[in-house]
Design a protein around this ligand. Structure first.
Ligand SMILES: [Zn+2]
Length: 296
């Protein structure tokens, strides 16, 4: 069989764990971070999450959002990365450029951090932000660069690489996924069909009633992903379901946050459960199991 496009990833692990950690921390206590999450959830931001079985999953969207925030916050550092052949007098670049270089998205930095004003500077100018050599000119230059960069294809490419990597390491963490889906469910539950404008009319078809999405059979790629992640076993009692791979019923793919409670038809909201455990769970929200089989 011919390998499908995008079946393989090349990881560079540039800040992967740092971003994963930030995503996990926010998901553990989203309500302390609401101000930072507004861009995702206000102004009908939740609508992007509603369509079923998007390969660009809820977690992908969330990672992209957090990674973007982290990279953009380099304006107020700025965090510097040395660049160039001379280790004693390197040029300084921003982490975002370092990342694009590492991923091979660009061949050379797009931006060099300007020199700080000479210590002591021109007397009397130190507090004047509009002065070209004032204390803020470095930060302002970085800010302008990042602001423009955000609209470029290279930045979009970087975001999709980082997002794929962070997703890869986080997808195993069912508790983090459940936290994310639980957070989003509060917004799903508030969606009402009379809130849709003419362009969004098709969204109404996704709902069985206000605040509850229709049950849609998981697509094959979503089932495969969850089956292999959970190693073919019930995540709750460990029953081996692997003999059933071809016959596994849709009922074995449990929505961690039930649809009736605002859950999404999203690959990050699924876990493998045997029929026994699934019928016990019913429409309750329970923490997914945090037991994992050793690799060996
Ligand atoms: Zn079970």
């Amino acid at each position: 069989m011919r390998a499908k496009k995008n079946e393989w990833l090349t990881h560079e692990y540039f800040r992967t764990y740092r971003i994963a950690n930030a995503v996990d921390t926010i998901m553990r206590d989203p309500f302390s971070h609401l101000r930072h999450l507004e861009g995702l959830t206000v102004n009908d931001g939740i609508y992007d999450f509603l369509p079923h079985w998007q390969k660009d999953s809820a977690l992908h969207k969330f990672i992209r959002y957090v990674a973007d925030e982290i990279l953009m916050n380099d304006t107020d550092g700025p965090t510097r990365v040395p660049f160039g052949p001379d280790p004693v007098h390197p040029d300084w670049i921003l982490p975002v450029d370092a990342a694009m270089l590492q991923y091979g998205i660009i061949d050379e930095p797009l931006f060099f951090i300007p020199d700080e004003p000479a210590p002591g500077g021109t007397p009397g100018s130190a507090s004047d932000a509009s002065e070209p050599n004032g204390p803020y000119h470095v930060v302002n230059a970085c800010y302008d660069y990042l602001l423009n960069l955000r609209w470029t294809q290279v930045y979009e490419d970087l975001m999709s690489r980082i997002t794929d990597e962070v997703f890869y390491v986080m997808f195993l963490n069912r508790r983090a996924l459940a936290n994310l889906n639980q957070f989003l469910s509060g917004y799903v539950e508030e969606v009402t069909s009379d809130g849709f404008n003419a362009d969004e009319a098709s969204l109404a078809d996704l709902f069985v009633r206000d605040g509850e999405l229709k049950r849609v059979r998981p697509t094959m790629w979503a089932r495969r992903a969850v089956f292999y992640r959970d190693r073919g076993r019930c995540t709750s009692c460990g029953t081996d379901l692997s003999g059933l791979i071809d016959t596994l019923s849709v009922g074995n793919y449990d929505h961690m946050v039930p649809l009736a409670r605002g859950g999404l038809n999203d690959v990050t909201n699924l876990q493998l459960l045997c029929e026994n455990c699934n019928s016990k769970k019913s429409d309750n929200i329970e923490d997914p199991s945090n037991r994992y089989r050793r690799w060996y």
